[in-house]
Design a protein around this ligand. Structure first.
Ligand SMILES: Cc1ncc(COP(=O)(O)O)c(C=O)c1O
Length: 340
């Protein structure tokens, strides 16, 4: 293995390069993350025209780094590529690149004495340089593995203060205007980052988007989950329906699979802010934002858009139960089966 000195100071990088003009074969090679690899004319940079996936690699029982929910990530990537009409490496090429990058990352982690290192695995594909440029066409694709940030236990204990922000689109926009790509994980995340900055300027920790017609959607980098218990004591886990213009969360899908196996009922919205208060028929037990790297973060308050819920239940035991479903990593079932 070539030593590109990846480790704590530089991520491990593996480039995937089209082997010919057909787009069906890709070569996989380690590269130096401290050297330029992408042309400044790449449309991923100039237009945000590309896609990405962010996954978490954790050591398995034998101490080998394994990407959680890898198949769900590769499936979502293929869906994003289809929505963007973007030629990307096939699943086997991605798997080979991930394996190479993880091997490098694990070797450097071991050399640094870290036996339980967790890695953020980022898969990126762009449309490549402008066709009119000297070096024409051809997508760029790469895998980057860097150390995963340590979770913030204090924030997980106390829960997030979330700001409700209007996304400016109604819950039918995704159907009417599929070019908005609300269900693809594209590189155009400036809006999501702007929403998070706005929330922090307002003293909040995170954001929950609401549609122009008042339906709860998702966070800028996370999926929303709600746990409730009905009068018969039956537990239900609910998430907004994907068709309303949100990204298909791989974490949500896997948590749902674990919850269903444990006897929970599953629900797929629509959810409005008032549902977070519960009612006569059901008691709300918790609300979370979930994503691959950060895992489950309880939400302790929600305000904005005329809504003020100062106190939501934060139940560490329930968070741990749902985290357990995430760790089980069961194959994801169909989304939306309960309500279409
Ligand atoms: C907009 C959006 N929704 C949901 C998620 C959660 O997806 P996953 O659980 O696959 O990480 C993400 C992840 O970054 C996201 O960007």
């Amino acid at each position: 293995m070539t030593d590109h000195a990846c480790g704590p100071l530089a991520p491990c990088l593996v480039m995937l390069t089209p082997a010919d003009g057909t787009g069906s074969a890709w070569t996989v090679a380690e590269a130096d993350p401290r050297q330029p690899q992408i042309l400044v004319t790449d449309q991923g940079l100039t237009r945000g025209d590309g896609l990405f996936e962010t996954a978490l690699a954790v050591p398995d029982d034998a101490g080998h780094l394994r990407v959680r929910k890898l198949e769900a990530h590769l499936q979502r990537l293929a869906g994003s590529a289809a929505a963007l009409r973007l030629p990307v490496p096939g699943a086997d090429d991605w798997r080979a690149a991930i394996e190479t990058a993880l091997r490098g990352f694990a070797a450097h982690a071991r050399a640094a004495g870290s036996l339980d290192a967790r890695g953020v695995v980022r898969l990126t594909a762009t449309r490549g340089p402008e066709p009119a440029e000297e070096r024409p066409g051809g997508a760029s694709a790469w895998v980057l593995v860097s150390p995963a940030p340590a979770p913030d236990p204090e924030l997980r204990d106390r829960g997030l203060d979330a700001l409700l922000l209007n996304r400016g689109l109604d819950s039918r926009s995704a159907e009417r205007a599929p070019w908005l790509l609300t269900e693809a994980k594209t590189l155009s995340y400036a809006i999501n980052m702007a929403a998070l900055r706005h929330a922090r300027e307002q003293g909040a920790d995170d954001v929950v988007f609401v549609s122009a017609d008042g339906q709860l959607l998702e966070g800028p980098t996370s999926t929303m989950l709600l746990a409730r218990r009905d009068r018969q004591g039956r537990r239900e886990l609910v998430t907004p329906l994907r068709r309303q213009g949100i990204l298909a969360g791989t974490s949500q899908a896997v948590v749902f699979a674990g919850a269903e196996a444990a006897g929970w009922r599953l629900g797929y919205g629509p959810l409005v802010p008032a549902d977070l208060l519960g009612g006569q028929d059901a008691r709300v037990e918790g609300v979370w934002l979930v994503s691959s790297v950060r895992g489950l973060m309880p939400v302790r308050s929600l305000r904005g858009e005329g809504v003020d819920i100062p106190q939501l239940p934060v139940d560490a035991e329930l968070t741990a139960t749902l985290e357990g479903y995430l760790r089980q990593d069961l194959p994801a079932g169909p989304h939306g089966s309960a309500s279409g």
